[in-house]
Design a binder for this molecule. Structure first.
Ligand code: ATP
Ligand code: MG
Length: 211
């Protein structure tokens, strides 16, 4: 499938990628990306909303939103930084999205770019339930966001097990926000102010999401 990248002024040397369901996107996502950009001197970061998230089906606290709604919300969230762009590759793809395929498509479109795949520590802990964990871990630089005080052993264990894994730890103050909790707050008609960008909050109320 063609990569159809968002517009780039020039080929980035170092590019960050954060995949997620983004239902809804929140300051936890945005801060981890911004902090990755600063600490790893990334020229640009792509936010990649998942098409059919293979891990997410069945998880139901409040109704989930459509691909289009998630896309519109992540666009609003990304507009807060000139360095963030949304890449809709996984949304346009038919069937489930797999991280390795996405990263390989990106690398093919930008052969000279060094790609940093950003993930939360909770995602790293689950990576062996994904497709192709070994290829992801050895084919790309991985930035793992963890908090001061998190045991470092998870990363060490994986580095021991997977030879050639390039895992970088990013220490960030904990921002204890999750999309699941935000959906639940909406269901209870509690405000989302200071948890996600105001345009995203407006979008949620205006479109009656999660109710
Ligand atoms: P859900 O509650 O539906 O699982 P989420 O808030 O975890 O949603 P995802 O879209 O699943 O959001 O997350 C995308 C990525 O962002 C994952 O790698 C996850 O680990 C990371 N992430 C999400 N929230 C935070 C946070 N508050 N701090 C650091 N990383 C986060
Ligand atoms: Mg999650």
């Amino acid at each position: 499938m063609k990569a159809n990248l968002p517009p780039l002024e020039k080929e980035p040397q170092r590019l960050g990628v954060l995949g997620g369901t983004f239902d809804p996107p929140h300051y936890g996502h945005l801060l981890m990306v911004e902090q990755s950009r600063l600490d790893f001197e990334l020229d640009q970061v792509f936010l990649v909303p998942a098409g059919i998230p293979p891990h997410k089906r069945g998880e139901q606290s409040a109704p989930l939103s459509s691909a289009r709604e998630r896309y519109e919300m992540i666009l609003l969230a990304a507009s807060g930084s000139p360095f963030f762009q949304v890449w809709d590759f996984e949304l346009k793809k038919k069937g489930p999205s797999y991280t390795l395929e996405t990263l390989n498509a990106l690398q093919k479109a930008l052969p000279r770019t060094r790609i940093f795949f950003i993930m939360g520590r909770d995602s790293l802990a689950e990576i062996f339930s994904w497709k192709n964990p070994r290829e992801i871990l050895t084919g790309y630089d991985i930035i793992v966001v963890s908090r001061e005080g998190d045991p470092g052993s998870l990363i060490e264990d994986i580095e021991q097990e997977i030879e050639g894994a390039r895992i970088h730890r990013l220490l960030m103050p904990a921002l204890n926000i999750s999309s699941t909790e935000l959906r639940e707050r909406v269901r209870r008609e509690k405000s989302l102010t200071f948890l996600l960008p105001p345009p995203v909050e407006n979008y949620i109320w205006k479109n009656g999401l999660y109710r």
